[in-house]
Design a protein around this ligand. Sequence first.
Ligand code: NAP
Ligand code: MG
Length: 411
Amino acid sequence: MLLRFAALVSAKQEELAALEARDVGKVMKSTRFDVSILIRYLEFYGSGVDKLLGSTIPTVAGITALTLHEPHGVVGAILPWNSPTQMFGRVASPALAMGNSMVIKPAEDACLTVIRLAELAEEAGIPSGVLNVVTGLGIEAGAALSAHGDVDFISFTGSPEVGALVQKAAADHHAGVTLELGGKSPQIVFADADLESALPIIVNAIIVNSGQTCVAGSRLLVEESAIARISERFAHRFNELVAGSHEGDYDLGPLINAKQHRRVCNMVAAAKSENVPLLGEGTIAADSPGAGFYVAPALFGPVPRDNALARREVFGPVLSLLPFKDEADAITLANDTPYGLAAAVWTRDGSRALRVAREVRAGQVYINAYGAGGGVELPFGGFKHSGHGREKGIQALEEFSATKTIIIRHG
Ligand code: NAP
Ligand code: MG
């Protein structure tokens, strides 16, 4: 059924990409990519579920023991507005593959594609009642879902504050919880890095979806000896960036809503008023609707280590440059936020890359790369305040199931 669902989504790829662009405000090249990742999720879990093996366990003589992966039962999913299509794929594909039924609560600001996907699921033959979408505000529908005694497991992606509320509500009925709560992910650039290949990848990691991604690479940590050269190159690139309507061919679109726009503009204004140097700033396209939630991408640096821009998630196209002295200092600085979702190490020294990758507290660490084409196959999740539990990869099949052990006494 999931493979049939994938084929239906493929046939509607352009329709879904346009719907998501209109709903979220993302540029079409982003939403086309998002839909392609959804298809990959459906195919990966649709064809991967029969490769998840149980085990046989050596124990006392006369006993044979084995494990099975069984569904939790009802999985509740609370989704954010930043990438509803990808998030649907990430949670629904493994949860349905393992035989759970689901109630999905999309974000009220971006629920159109999720509703459309529920229609396509039915068309693909997923029995009615197995995949349910309930819209409504978080404080009503989301809170009711997390508190509901018939929900056995909850997957939440969003803010740390609401994640804690969801986990507390789930505790009252002992439901398992996966929380994915964002980050302040570092790009650690050593002086010997291949800057030509790093620069476009690092810039993309902070402007994609206008910085509204949990894995936004929002801190650019640069070895002191290379600061002048690297600042100049990044400043130049930031000055060229243009934000504009999702219908135009711009580098980034608007933010999702007025609240998010205010939040990002306030953080940028605060940094300027605190005299944090602005190294580079893009522009907003002249033909953009005046009332749109556009933000010009900004590069600040050097950002003091205790400044909000060095520690707090902006969730907008704002990159903070911070200098470090040496490898040990880079590791300290990389770990110096409450978050631990993703990180990257840029260097030509392979041993150093691996040493740093081992020391950084983050669920995914890239070496001379950032992002891996959606990363469907790669276990993903947070350390520290970025959350707990793992989604994506084969590991998600384990997360969305419970292990049952069968013990047979045969003498
Ligand atoms: P949020 O409030 O945490 O929203 C995430 C989801 O939780 C939405 O579906 C929301 O519903 C729902 N929700 C809200 N209150 C709830 C409650 N009391 N009980 C259960 N569910 C509830 O996030 P936001 O306010 O939209 O964004 C605020 C910040 O969160 C952002 O600036 C960003 O830092 C972070 N964030 C992170 C991610 C991520 O990918 N990790 C995604 C989004 C936001 P409604 O929106 O429909 O009310
Ligand atoms: Mg909210």
